[in-house]
Design a protein around this ligand. Structure first.
Ligand code: G3P
Ligand code: CA
Length: 328
């Protein structure tokens, strides 16, 4: 039975949105129902599934086009790699993908864990599987019902153009799934995000009225969005931006004093959700996770953050709110 502590898990955290980046990624392998449930329990406001399509066109929660870094595909299907030696999710049916075991992300160059201190499955008893978008929504809806909370989903359409080249209408499939679960309007607890403007525009073309977020990477290809004209352009089809944190901090990891991007985006009615806050990979100039969150959420004034560390972010916001109320 849910306790009052569970039910209020995300409260007392101001109005800042905590987006559980790939689940509870610091504590369990990314994109697993177990990780999503943990992030929910830790107090996330949104659960973030990155999406890829299977061969039979089902949206599944995976970050990479290939399955190699996060599953045992090479052991299970040794002969299915493409010429580049990698196994692509889109070459496998849902039934086949469901046979894979999800593991903590490895660094392909070393074969070791990308984040060495994170979870590692040292025995075979526990089997983690790749979730579908539908399963993710059902998990979150079910937990909302049993806890009285209103946690949302924040799916990212990955590699839209590439999927189109493979013959799929990714946006139509995602939109149908969201509609099947009753998500149709801006008032629903959903954001759909993409690095590709064309993907978000395609959603609008299909009649999507959900809130959309344009991701803005740190590379030069995205510089065009970080101007007054670029933000005007985004405001015509999206409701928010998801900039790399490197757009908020300078190259040392210290806060850019006058944050044009955050200020001007918000002036156009766009929410700002920078990615990705990691307590085990704090930029040098920020020095601590708390300093990082303080800089991004309060000094720059972002509306929320993508984080691998939901529990720590909830703690930070609660402690800050408590300290503020003691000062009143
Ligand atoms: O979607 C925000 C952030 O997750 C983008 O980066 O590569 O972790 O999907 P990535
Ligand atoms: Ca993402």
């Amino acid at each position: 039975m849910a306790t009052s502590a569970d039910i209020t898990a995300g409260e007392g955290t101001d109005s800042k949105s905590i987006i559980a980046h790939r689940g509870a990624s610091a504590h369990l392998p990314e994109h697993t129902l177990e990780g999503y449930a943990l992030a929910f329990g830790m107090g996330a406001d949104y659960i973030e599934p990155d999406l890829m399509l299977t061969k039979d066109g089902v949206p599944v929660a995976l970050h990479d086009r290939t399955l190699d870094a996060t599953t045992d595909v090479a052991d299970r299907f040794p002969d299915r790699a493409r010429e580049d030696g990698r196994s692509y999710a889109v070459d496998f049916t849902l039934e086949e993908i469901k046979m894979l075991r999800v593991r903590e992300r490895v660094d392909p160059s070393s074969g070791g864990l990308l984040y060495p201190e994170r979870w590692e499955n040292t025995h075979d008893a526990l089997v983690l599987r790749v979730p579908t978008l539908a399963e993710t929504i059902e998990l979150v809806r079910g937990l909302n019902r049993t806890t009285g909370r209103r946690v949302g989903v924040y799916p990212e359409i990955k590699f839209s153009s590439w999927h189109a080249e493979q013959g799929y209408d990714f946006e139509a499939v995602v939109l149908k799934t969201l509609r099947d679960y009753g998500f149709t309007s801006k008032n629903d607890p959903v954001f759909v995000q993409s690095f590709e403007e064309g993907s978000l525009r395609r959603l609008r073309e299909l009649g999507c009225e959900l809130r959309l977020v344009q991701l803005i990477g740190g590379g030069r290809a995205f510089d065009r969005y970080c101007t007054a004209e670029g933000l005007d352009r985004i405001a015509a089809y999206a409701d928010g931006i998801g900039p790399s944190v490197t757009r908020i901090l300078d190259s040392d990891g210290t806060l850019i004093d006058d944050n044009f991007l955050v200020r001007e985006a918000q002036a156009r009615g766009l929410v700002v959700h920078p990615y990705t806050m990691r307590a085990d990979a704090v930029p040098k100039g920020a020095d601590s996770f708390g300093n990082l969150l303080e800089a991004v959420l309060f000094r720059a004034g972002a509306d929320g953050v993508f984080t691998d560390h939901t529990a720590e972010t909830v703690d930070f916001l609660r402690n800050r709110a408590n300290a503020g109320s003691r000062d009143d």
